[in-house]
Write a protein that binds this ligand. Structure first.
Ligand code: ADP
Length: 269
């Protein structure tokens, strides 16, 4: 970002010389703006499910004589409540990632991250009729926080499944390129329009509202991915073409792995 300077003090120290003290306010303002946007977006996003929950509760009260109606409203209430819970969890996750008290400092096995992320979305894949195919290099390590990385990769896998048609394959691969671990999540789903490709990493942004609504998304997943990966000194790359599919590549600096493990004992392939 460009520097934005404000004059803090200007003192004439000689007829031809003025001492000017300036401060760069860009970073502080940017953080402040981010915080304001976050609170505004979050309150807005929470209003809908919270409203639905109280409307459904009222509906249950007034339908008390009709067990069938009560059953229908109650099951919708359960669905809204779990949507609300998922949304809240994601908001907490994101605000934790944006705070400064995170220190990614352990050796993290990419194999374990992928296993956990795939496990977490096995049910989603099964019910969507999507097959997730895992491949690529094994035995790679990065430095960081395993839970955060698992959630981030899991979000990409979850999106790949959600935006794929039934019967499609989703690929999850790993490679090592010039000291960088690349985790590649590929789908042959709906794809992302060029104009949306930058914006989908913003909080709450969803390309094509109607389509996204259907999957019950929150628009927070990719924002979490981006923050998580950049907290680990990495980056996320995206290739996509509408109707053809999308490939998200998470790039993280590779490390040697746990020091107490002799090199030849490590799983390499
Ligand atoms: P959501 O919860 O809506 O999926 P995300 O932040 O994870 O939120 O994604 C933001 C938007 O990016 C989605 O609403 C969707 O429009 C688009 N998107 C993300 N991943 C994919 C994908 N694999 N294929 C097509 N569109 C995607």
């Amino acid at each position: 970002a460009e520097a934005r300077l404000v004059v803090v003090r200007a003192t004439r120290i000689s007829p031809r010389l003025i001492l000017v003290v300036m401060r760069d306010i860009t970073e502080r303002e940017r953080v402040e703006q981010m915080r304001r946007d976050f609170v505004a977006n979050t309150s807005h996003e929470l209003k809908t499910p919270v409203g639905a929950v109280s409307l459904l509760a009222e509906a249950i009260e007034s339908a008390a004589d009709d067990p069938e109606q009560v059953r229908i409203f109650a099951s919708r209430l359960t669905a809204e409540a779990s949507r609300l819970a998922a949304l809240t969890a994601r908001i907490m996750n994101l605000s934790r990632l944006q705070s400064d008290d995170l220190s990614p400092d352990a050796d993290v096995s990419i194999d374990e991250v992928l296993t956990a992320a795939l496990e977490a979305h096995a049910l989603q894949a099964a019910s969507a009729g999507v097959t997730v195919v895992r491949g690529g290099k094994r035995g790679l390590y990065v430095r960081g926080d395993a839970q955060i990385l698992t959630d981030a990769i899991g979000n990409l896998i979850s999106n790949a499944i959600a935006y794929s048609p039934a019967g499609a394959d989703v690929g999850v691969g790993v490679r090592l390129v010039d000291g960088v671990v690349e985790v590649v999540v590929t789908d042959r789903g709906i794809g992302i329009a060029p104009a949306d490709q930058e914006r989908i990493f913003e909080r709450f942004y969803r390309a094509d509202q109607a389509r996204s609504r259907r999957t019950g998304g929150t628009g927070l997943g990719l924002s979490i991915v981006k923050h998580a990966v950049s907290r680990h000194g990495g980056e996320v790359r995206l290739w996509s073409r509408p109707g053809r599919g999308s490939t998200f590549t998470v790039r993280l600096p590779a490390t040697e792995g746990p020091a107490d493990l002799p090199r030849d004992k490590r799983d390499k392939k």
